[in-house]
Design a protein around this ligand. Structure first.
Ligand code: MN
Length: 231
């Protein structure tokens, strides 16, 4: 574990982010932050080996087993970053707004290939999230290296929490929702109708009507995943 790179990238007189210090706690917590920087992305962080192992996930996590979400490994962050949200001023590393999108704890559901740290080192984590939005089993696999950064894939595993419906992390972001709402208020003729047919497959029981999203042109008919309790 080293927070050297984290500290080197930041000027703590300017950024409200916490300074990188070692921390003895090890409670298997995780956070997913929505980071509206020069490019919108999500940051996934897992408490492993007294720091937060971190990835930038451009599209955010998905509960759909068909999605393979690219996760680019970034520098370890300090444990205190679990609760960080705020605005990183212009000119600083990661300048923009950081919101907490989801948090909770995680466990390793199959430790035949070692504990979380060993699996992270081996590039293959078999992880179960206990969050409010991301739940159940996932695989997190290292695939290759691009520009010195390890690329991983975050993939939902088939279980009671998984969905076959379209999943867009932005639909569950309170910040993004406010933006969509503001846009809709400027378009008085946009309609939003409930879907009349149930989505196919086993998800119809958990998401009987789905919900629609306006595309600004009228009515959008894509069936999307709705937050439902599972485990
Ligand atoms: Mn970020």
């Amino acid at each position: 574990m080293s927070l050297k790179e984290y500290n080197k990238k930041r000027n703590f007189n300017e950024t409200p982010e916490p300074e990188g210090r070692s921390d003895d706690s090890n409670q298997s917590r995780f956070v997913v932050q929505r980071h509206q920087a020069s490019h919108l992305h999500y940051d996934l962080r897992l408490e492993i080996d007294h720091a937060l192992k971190s990835w930038a996930v451009p599209k955010g996590p998905s509960m759909n087993t068909q999605d393979k979400r690219l996760a680019i490994q970034t520098e370890d962050h300090p444990i205190s970053y679990l609760t960080f949200s705020g605005s990183i001023p212009k000119g600083n590393y990661g300048a923009g707004t950081m919101d907490i999108w989801d948090n909770g704890t995680f466990s390793i559901y199959d430790n035949s290939e070692g504990n979380a740290l060993e699996q992270w080192r081996n590039g293959s984590l078999k992880i179960e999230f206990h969050g409010k939005k991301i739940k159940g089993k996932f695989g997190l696999f290292r695939t290759r290296e691009v520009n010195g950064r390890a690329q991983w894939l975050l993939i939902k595993k088939e279980d009671a929490c998984a969905t076959e419906l379209d999943y867009d992390a932005e639909d569950f972001s309170s910040t993004a929702k406010k933006k969509v709402l503001a846009q809709q208020q400027q378009k008085p003729f946009t309609l939003q109708l409930p879907l009349c047919w149930p989505p196919r497959g086993r998800n119809r029981f958990r998401n009987p009507a789905g919900f629609t999203r306006s595309n600004g042109m009228g009515i959008a008919l894509s069936v999307r995943y709705k937050e439902e309790p599972c485990n």
